[in-house]
Ligand binder design. Structure first.
Ligand SMILES: [Zn+2]
Length: 265
């Protein structure tokens, strides 16, 4: 298991309170129903503090949490493990630069995930700077390794991932950063939906997107995603989609066909 490169700068008690606070926000924002979702914080090299199964994330107490080792075995806590703990462990294993993970089912972003659509258009400066784009991982049965399988190619490169027919997962250096990434993603999903209803969102051109990526250092953003092909999709990519290529002979027959259809030839 990879050691975390992020220093621990709070006490375990403070981290427990952070999860209570973030859980309440996640619930109040309507990103979960009933007992959905889970939140974890990596306490140190060997221990993960996690929300248990079967509790509403809006009504948790600091004593509700469990601690698991990096193999997922429970080492502390009265309640039971969530079946999604394996997904968290996989992400921590692949991302030593993060210390917290938030998984929820925010309804608009999850709507995109159930419609089979990633949130990948270059539309808004804050989203391009903070997330790059949000890819869509294939559906996998919860509680099995299949849940994370589709996410594996995206975990090293992105901080927010849509999970097909399920929800979303976001992670960062602390639980607040993970939460804010999910907030940015859900806000982006809502804006994208409105733009689609109004006739379609207009993507920014490559030059502007590159300028936004360059400005990340100025804003102190350590986002992973950037300058990957198709993330985000820029205006020029969409123009390319509308374009199609034919041979000289194909073009002649197309023109012939069009002329015949109009009774010219
Ligand atoms: Zn879930």
């Amino acid at each position: 298991m990879v050691q975390s490169s992020v220093p621990m700068n709070k006490t375990e008690k403070e981290y427990r309170q952070d999860i209570v606070d973030i859980g309440r926000l996640v619930y109040q924002k309507g990103w979960v129903a009933a007992n959905d979702g889970n939140i974890t914080i990596r306490l140190d090299q060997d221990r993960i503090l996690a929300t248990p199964t079967g509790v509403s994330k809006g009504m948790m107490h600091v004593d509700d949490f469990i601690i698991v080792d990096m193999q997922g075995n429970k080492i502390e806590g009265r309640k039971e493990r969530t079946s999604e703990i394996a997904m968290h462990l996989t992400i921590y294993g692949m991302r030593p630069d993060i210390r917290s993970i938030v998984h929820a089912h925010p309804p608009v972003a999850t709507g995109f995930a159930t419609a089979g659509k990633p949130l990948n258009l270059a539309l808004l400066p804050e989203v391009i700077i903070g997330l790059g784009c949000v890819p869509l991982a294939d559906y996998g049965l919860p509680g099995t390794p299949a849940l994370t399988e589709g996410m594996l190619p995206y975990i090293p490169k992105y901080d927010a991932i849509l999970m097909g027919n399920h929800g979303a997962v976001c992670y960062g250096e602390d639980v607040y950063k993970a939460f804010f990434k999910m907030e940015t993603m859900e806000h982006f999903a809502r804006i994208t939906l409105v733009a689609e209803l109004l006739g379609g969102a207009k993507a920014l051109p490559r030059l502007e997107v590159d300028k936004l990526f360059d400005s990340r250092t100025r804003y102190g953003v350590k986002a992973k995603a950037g300058a990957l092909p198709g993330c985000p999709v820029v205006a020029e990519d969409l123009e390319d989609q509308d374009r199609f290529y034919v041979t000289r002979q194909e073009l002649i027959s197309l023109v012939d066909e069009a002329l015949k259809a109009r009774g010219v030839a």
